[in-house]
Design a protein around this ligand. Structure first.
Ligand SMILES: Nc1nc2c(c(=O)[nH]1)N[C@@H](CN(C=O)c1ccc(C(=O)N[C@@H](CCC(=O)O)C(=O)O)cc1)CN2
Length: 348
């Protein structure tokens, strides 16, 4: 921390260092390194930047990177074929499909087609379902929300029993962040686009921890913050800035100067959560590589059978199915649906 500003770059650098050591250890032991496949569809400039950053980061820690760049016009069948090829490639231990996808592609169908054991982004319905369940853990946790939790933990900010508010409910950040905070025993409230602004402000003002992930520049103002609260800002919004050569600068979903004056701790943008997203992706990929290389997860001709066995282990118990909690029931429904779909496909 510099004063009350959390240095995301420094924490991310430490995680990258730990990951590089793990990759070197695997290489020495098994003569192989973890491999990450990155799939991008279309020509969005921001997505291309993130994909470039991910490939460079892989190189820096010794992870092998694989890639597929598909044009904006790619069909869903083409995207699914690329995912299937990476699922079957034994040198690939992690697969991510850069989001967002073009509108004509069914995002959930693509994410659900990634082998659950290679889902280093943690967006597969089975991994999300397990994140929602008490007593279960996903194979992978989504990188940005996990990055937020690691920042809190490594900065010594307590979570258990604290009031946490998540601003935003996206599949990539808000929803999994709320599930994670709940798993770490915080008392969690989610405010979102349908929450009246005055109400969102009043709810945030009670929070010990705010995770701002609404995708709206400087939405969270100083008046929204309880003195001493921790603010983890996930937003990366470009706003006009004539003093910059590019003509713009990035700001978060929190008004940095106003919030910094009140908060006990705050992440900057850039240099806060962003670098953590990529560091956690590398860590998830190294963990996946280790599972495959140690034989904890198998890739072979019998892959389908293994996969079904793995999926069976992920099925909810009778007790979990009977849970009255609507969020749990919904997650179980999604997960069970996906299992049935996969198991049926395997029998065809
Ligand atoms: N398949 C995925 N798609 C997307 C994810 C994801 O986790 N998986 N997250 C975001 C984008 N993202 C990674 O993909 C990402 C965003 C921001 C950063 C980052 O390091 N930002 C820097 C600023 C970078 C700049 O100057 O442009 C920072 O905040 O310091 C990394 C990754 C959506 N899609």
């Amino acid at each position: 921390m510099n004063g009350n500003v959390i240095d995301g770059k420094a924490v991310a650098a430490k995680i990258r260092e730990e990951t590089a050591a793990k990759v070197a250890e695997l290489k020495a032991k098994y003569g192989k390194v973890p491999g990450l496949a990155v799939v991008i569809v279309g020509e969005r400039k921001d997505s291309q930047t993130y994909v470039r950053m991910k490939k460079k980061a892989c190189e820096e820690v010794g992870i092998a990177s694989f890639g597929a760049d598909l044009p904006e016009s790619a069909t869903q069948a083409e995207v699914l074929a690329v995912v299937a090829a990476f699922n079957a490639n034994p040198d690939v231990h992690g697969i991510l499909v850069q989001l967002p996808l073009p509108k004509h592609i069914d995002e959930q169908a693509v994410l659900g087609a990634i082998s659950v054991e290679k889902d280093v982004d943690g967006f597969h319905p089975l991994n999300i379902g397990r994140l929602a369940m008490k007593g279960r853990e996903p194979l992978f946790t989504p990188c940005t929300p996990l990055g937020c939790m690691v920042l809190l933990e490594r900065c010594g900010i307590p979570i258990k029993g604290r009031r946490a508010v998540v601003v935003g409910r996206s599949n990539i950040v808000g929803m999994p962040a709320a599930l994670l905070l709940n798993k770490r025993d915080a008392t969690v409230t989610v405010v979102h686009s349908a929450t009246p602004k005055a109400e969102a402000e009043a709810i945030c003002r009670q929070a010990d921890i705010i995770i701002a992930a609404a995708g709206q520049a400087q939405l969270v103002r100083g008046s929204w913050v309880k003195p001493g609260a921790a603010i983890i800002d996930v937003g990366t919004n470009p706003i006009d800035d004539k003093t910059k050569a590019s003509g713009y600068r990035l700001v978060g979903d929190a008004h940095f100067d106003e919030c910094k004056a009140v908060a006990g701790a705050i992440t900057p943008v850039p240099g806060g959560v962003g670098p953590m997203t990529i560091a956690i992706l590398l860590r998830n990929t190294a963990e996946s590589g280790e599972r495959f290389l140690t034989g904890a997860v198998k890739v072979s001709g019998a892959e389908k059978k293994q996969e079904r066995k793995g999926l069976a282990k992920l099925l909810p118990t009778r007790e979990q199915l009977a849970s009255p909690l609507p969020v749990l029931a919904a997650a179980v429904g999604v997960a069970a649906g996906a299992v049935l779909q996969r198991a049926t496909a395997g029998r065809r």
